[in-house]
Ligand binder design. Structure first.
Ligand code: GRF
Length: 217
């Protein structure tokens, strides 16, 4: 590993499209970091194959191997600590992390959520946005706190919803944005430009507004 590079863990449950974008951004030098491990809570997550193809260590932690969520998260946290990770990147990790886990890594967990938070935390965001008649949807990269999908927002990307759209159309549009903004935010963190301080996201020494960095405001 080159000096100054941060050590990252990526947590997944499925496809791993965002994981792949992060792997590619590390390989190309866009992110000054190394993914030292990929952790999944699903044995059949396709993202595990992506990790293997990239030669990245990976581990699966299955909920039914543990007495409760707390014990499972403790095992993951101990493993990540052994791996000496500087940043934990949630990329489609579909299990809510326990408070003890989040407190242990409190200023260094990022998540990507497919909505324009604070709108539509939780599941099924596409259907909810379309049923509400929204004309736009999007995705949000944020720091993780103990409340689900509520930590400090770093960056959002918006996409239009057109009247003849099917859900898949909007999903495709949002996912294309995610592959751009997640590596970008992780690159900021890796460069030491992005921090979480007192519950706020700071970029280049300035506290970001509630909806995160806004290029056009
Ligand atoms: C992404 O759309 C992300 O917003 C959400 O889960 C999805 C994961 O997709 N949290 P992938 O596994 O990265 O392809």
């Amino acid at each position: 590993m080159k000096s100054g590079m941060i050590r990252m863990a990526v947590l997944i449950s499925g496809e791993g499209g965002n994981l792949q974008a992060l792997i590619d951004a590390c390989d190309s030098g866009k992110i000054n970091g190394e993914i030292v491990t990929v952790v999944s809570n699903k044995a059949d997550a396709y993202g595990l194959q992506r990790a293997q193809q990239a030669g990245i260590e990976n581990r699966t932690f299955l909920r039914n191997a543990y007495a409760d969520n707390q014990t499972m998260d403790l095992a993951i946290a101990d493993y990540l600590q052994q791996c000496k990770v500087d940043l934990i990147v949630l990329a489609g990790y579909m299990k809510i992390l326990t408070a003890a886990f989040i407190q242990r890594f409190s200023d260094r967990i990022l998540n990507i959520h497919p909505s324009l938070l604070p709108k539509y935390p939780g599941l099924d965001t596409y259907r909810r946005a379309m049923e509400a008649g929204d004309q736009q949807h999007g995705t949000t990269v944020h720091f993780v706190n103990e409340e689900v999908d509520a930590g400090a927002i770093v960056l959002q990307a918006k996409v239009p919803i057109f009247s003849d759209d099917q859900v898949e159309d909007v999903v495709e549009r949002v996912k294309a944005q995610e592959l751009q903004i997640y590596p970008l935010v992780v690159s900021w963190f890796a460069q030491g430009r992005l921090q979480l301080l007192d519950g706020k996201a700071w970029l280049d020494g300035e506290a970001l507004p509630p909806n995160g960095y806004a290029a056009d405001e």
